[in-house]
Write a protein that binds this ligand. Structure first.
Ligand code: TRP
Ligand code: ZN
Length: 876
């Protein structure tokens, strides 16, 4: 590994830029085997910073053809080039740097900078990709007005796009060009360019103040019939942001472009969002309900960035959660308003617990605002995004709806056009609420998932009920000792006949209580007690309602209390939570003592399934047992096979107990109307398909027969896909093969459906899974350069097929290592992300040695990318 790659960058070393770039002019000449980039940067000294003699521009993998200052071409001795920079001598306080560079987009497999995805040119500049296009001050606190001219062959690239408004265009021979100007100053990471043979779905939106905005979604012509849902989602997002956050769109056009090869979900470039096709295309025949929801959420997320990210951006990359956590919070609220709020919350929390808690418990744990990094691409994590959103959500809980909104308004007003910090966000919250959030700030600086142990005391004589809270947080790398967090605990107390009125001598008079039966306690001490009462009866506590803080909460509930909460809690989230706790306890009991599955779980689920008036999506969520990965997060040392088999037994017991009701509801929930991605229909399909998979567990013959019928008769991808999963995961090999062949033959020309086909096989908990994955790596449908394909096959295998990935012969680990080694040079960002499951090696007892040695093999490679190096070094 190269020494230069091991450089750590620290937040404490932040320095404001010595130079600013007021205006950036770019000219792109796009050819088949290279591109020429000419830049003109209007540079000025930053008056707030001590004068520096040298201007240091970032640049990577560029061929410098010429650099001039104020028109004077710099001779070789007048500038200094390194692997990652260009050093120039500043002639004064203001000057113009012009630069000509040559790059090769068609060889760019990292998908960072300017690259080719199939037939089109596109860019991805966040976080530090702009420096692979031209020499620049590639940091988010340097904001500039961009003017862009791009030229390419007319026949191959009829569409030429960049940020802002098109100002000019023309033809010269077989080539044509377009000029674009973006009136809003922006950091280079928000720059974008697209050239391709694209068609668009066009529509419009009239903003609150009457501005007519032209909306266009550009795709390859074959995909034009899959854009309607994204367009609809965009329009709903624009309206929602006006209504819920008072944020209006600020330009006359808003474009989305769909590309097949993309490292992440999508990118919020100013007025030119670039999307992974998987996050924009949707059609009932090729997209599942989950896919429709993902499109809606990602379209909203990127749109919302226009304010939380673009108009107000980050000072430096340590502040990444300032825009990502806040924007995830915003898109989650949007999705909650579009469908079932409770179900959305359940999905968020399941993900947080399974993935983010695991990150917090591993060698790569980091705070929401990290103190250091080697490669910023490694910090686009669930901690920054999802835990960051939880931090914003806690602020809302603490301030209340109205003050939170006022604080957001103040934040946008204070910082419009600026590059700011997480601290600025908290300051706005403090200014509006008048609260002191000093202790709350620890959520930004301390890593790790806090533990919250809760116990109760009941004094029958006085009717006083006491809850004792004890918080702690395990050490994480570089943070041995943690200070107590401020933890908002929403709770209610339930009596036989329903919610009890809450009175507490220990709560301030003005504590945020939405009514008399709900309250939010603010924990600040390592140990704290709150008394309630006098109460007419001994209550069952409903704790941490709506998951009011991202902590691991324990309370010694009896099974009958959980059963009671499951059927009576008026907090929907905690009804689900009660079922989860019952299920977790059942799995642990079976794993430890091979006992029978607890009746409280079986009867509880049976009541839920029988309730035909309950929201079907909610019922489906309650029936779903915690995933093997979720169960793994609850123990210190992970016994992969033990969890798998115990969970399997609980699943069988549930399936058998509910068998008749499952069949009945399966048939009763059959579709009666044409497919629409509405919340009600999605809920019915989710429950019906949950029933199907349980039926296949209880009675494989019947389940497979039903799945086969459903597979053949399906009128939408949701039902077809669910049936395929059941056939492949529960059917005999011949049945499974036949269904897979039929599916592939029908959809082989739909890349996103082929991804699902790969996923179904990669996740199958069957004996020959590893050989199957190895065969698929050689299949014509696989493409080792396309991140979606890599994730669908290798990513799914390593993350969603625990028994096979963790096979005791180490074959799963070996497969991952081979893939990572290959990707290390072609696409380091994807390589390092894929590596995550191996970084958890310490948690696996008999397997740790095998996992560890694969990491060592990778560490010993001669040309390790910075991305992979950081992850491997921190894990070993
Ligand atoms: N800002 C993007 C988002 O909305 C994240 C992103 C897209 C990204 N593409 C990327 C981050 C490539 C790093 C590298 O979440
Ligand atoms: Zn984002």
């Amino acid at each position: 590994m190269k020494d230069a790659q091991a450089v750590t960058i620290y937040l404490k070393d932040y320095q404001a830029p010595a130079f600013l770039i007021d205006h950036t002019e770019l000219d792109f000449q796009l050819y088949e085997d290279h591109a020429l980039v000419q830049s003109a940067l209007t540079v000025r000294r930053n008056p707030d910073v001590a004068a520096a003699a040298q201007l240091v521009l970032h640049g990577q993998e560029l061929e410098l053809l010429e650099v001039a200052i104020d028109g004077v071409v710099q001779a070789p001795g007048q500038f200094h080039l390194t692997e990652e920079s260009l050093l120039l001598t500043a002639p004064g306080d203001a000057f113009i740097v012009t630069c000509r560079t040559r790059i090769t987009p068609q060889d760019n497999t990292s998908l960072e900078g300017l690259y080719k995805s199939r037939t089109m040119f596109c860019t991805q500049c966040e976080a530090e990709g702009f420096r692979k296009i031209t020499y620049y001050l590639d940091r988010p606190d340097v904001m500039s007005r961009f003017t862009v001219r791009l030229e390419a062959e007319t026949a191959k690239y009829p569409v030429l796009l960049s940020n802002g408004n098109q100002t000019d265009g023309g033809v010269s021979g077989d080539r044509h060009w377009a000029s674009w100007h973006d009136p809003f100053p922006k950091p280079a990471y928000l720059f974008a360019l697209v050239a391709g043979d694209l068609e668009s779905l066009d529509d419009s939106f009239v903003t609150h103040s009457g501005r007519q905005v032209q909306l266009r979604i550009f795709v390859e012509p074959k995909d034009l019939d899959k854009c309607a849902h994204a367009m609809d989602s965009l329009q709903r997002s624009m309206r929602w942001d006006e209504e819920k956050f008072g944020r209006e769109y600020d330009l006359d056009i808003f474009n989305i472009v769909a590309v097949d090869d993309f490292n992440m979900g999508a990118m919020e470039n100013k007025s030119l969002n670039i999307f992974n096709t998987s996050c924009v295309l949707a059609h009932p025949q090729t997209t599942t309900d989950a896919g429709f929801q993902r499109v809606e959420a990602v379209v909203a997320h990127e749109y919302f960035h226009n304010w939380s990210g673009n108009r107000v951006t980050c000072r430096d990359w340590f502040q990444l959660s300032l825009k990502e956590g806040f924007t995830v919070y915003r898109d989650a609220e949007f999705s909650a308003d579009m469908g079932s709020r409770t179900v959305k919350r359940i999905e968020e929390v399941s993900m947080l617990r399974t993935v983010q808690f695991a990150e917090d418990a591993g060698p790569l744990a980091h705070p929401v605002r990290p103190d250091s990094f080697m490669e910023i691409s490694n910090f686009y994590t669930v901690t920054i995004y999802e835990k960051g959103a939880e931090v914003v959500r806690m602020l809302r809980t603490l301030l209340g709806e109205e003050k939170f909104r006022a604080a957001c308004d103040l934040y946008f007003e204070r910082h419009d056009g600026e590059a700011v910090t997480c601290e600025d966000f908290v300051l706005a919250m403090e200014a509006v609420s008048g609260r002191d959030l000093s202790q709350f700030r620890r959520w930004y600086s301390q890593a790790g998932t806090p533990r919250l142990a809760v116990s109760e005391e009941w004094d029958a004589e006085s009717g006083m009920y006491t809850l004792n809270f004890e918080q702690s947080c395990p050490p994480t790398p570089g943070q041995e000792l943690k200070q107590p967090f401020m933890i908002p605990v929403a709770l209610g107390l339930l009596g036989e006949a329903g919610a009890l009125r809450l009175q507490s001598p220990d709560m301030p008079e003005d504590a945020e209580t939405s009514d008399n039966t709900n309250c939010v306690l603010e924990l600040t001490q390592p140990q704290q007690s709150f008394r309630f009462g006098p109460l007419p009866e001994r209550p069952v506590p409903s704790l941490l309602r709506g998951f009011s803080a991202p902590v691991k909460m324990s309370f010694d509930y009896r099974p009958d209390q959980l059963a009671f909460l499951l059927s009576h809690d008026d907090d929907g989230f905690n009804r689900w939570e009660a079922a989860q706790r019952l299920a977790v306890n059942a799995v642990h009991a079976v794993q430890l003592e091979a006992v029978e599955v607890d009746q409280a779980l079986l009867n509880g689920l049976s009541n839920v399934l029988a309730d035909v008036h309950a929201d079907a999506a909610m019922v489906a969520e309650i029936l779903r047992l915690p995933a093997e990965n979720t169960l793994a997060e609850l123990v210190d040392t992970i016994d992969v096979d033990g969890i798998h088999s115990a969970r399997g037994k609980v699943r069988e017991a549930v399936a058998r107990h509910l068998q008749d009701a499952l069949l009945e509801r399966y048939h009763a929930l059959a579709a009666s109307a044409a497919y629409a991605p509405t919340a009600a229909q999605m809920a019915a399909r989710a429950l019906r398909n949950t029933c199907l998979s349980y039926i296949a567990v209880a009675d494989p013959e019947r389940g497979v027969a039903l799945a086969q019928q459903q597979f053949e008769g399906a009128e939408n991808m949701t039902d077809r896909h669910a049936a395929l999963v059941t056939l492949v995961h529960h059917g005999e090999q011949s049945v499974s093969e036949a269904a897979l062949d039929t599916f592939y033959a029908q959809f082989k020309d739909e890349p996103l459906v082929v991804n699902m086909w790969l996923q179904v096989q990669a996740s199958a908990p069957v004996k020959n899974a590893i050989e199957r994955v190895r065969q698929l790596l050689e299949h014509p449908a696989y493409d080792a350069r396309n991140p979606n394909k890599i994730r669908a096959l290798v990513g799914t295998f390593c993350n969603a097929n625990p028994t096979n990935f963790h096979a005791l012969d180490g074959s799963g680990y070996e497969l991952l290592r081979e893939t990572v080694v290959e990707l290390n040079s072609s696409n380091p960002q994807i390589a390092s992300r894929l590596l995550t499951p191996l970084t958890k090696w310490r948690r696996y007892d008999k397997r740790q040695q095998l996992m560890h040695s694969e990491l060592q093999t990778i560490a010993a490679l001669p040309d390790l990318s910075r991305d992979v190096y950081e992850v491997v070094a921190k894990s070993l």
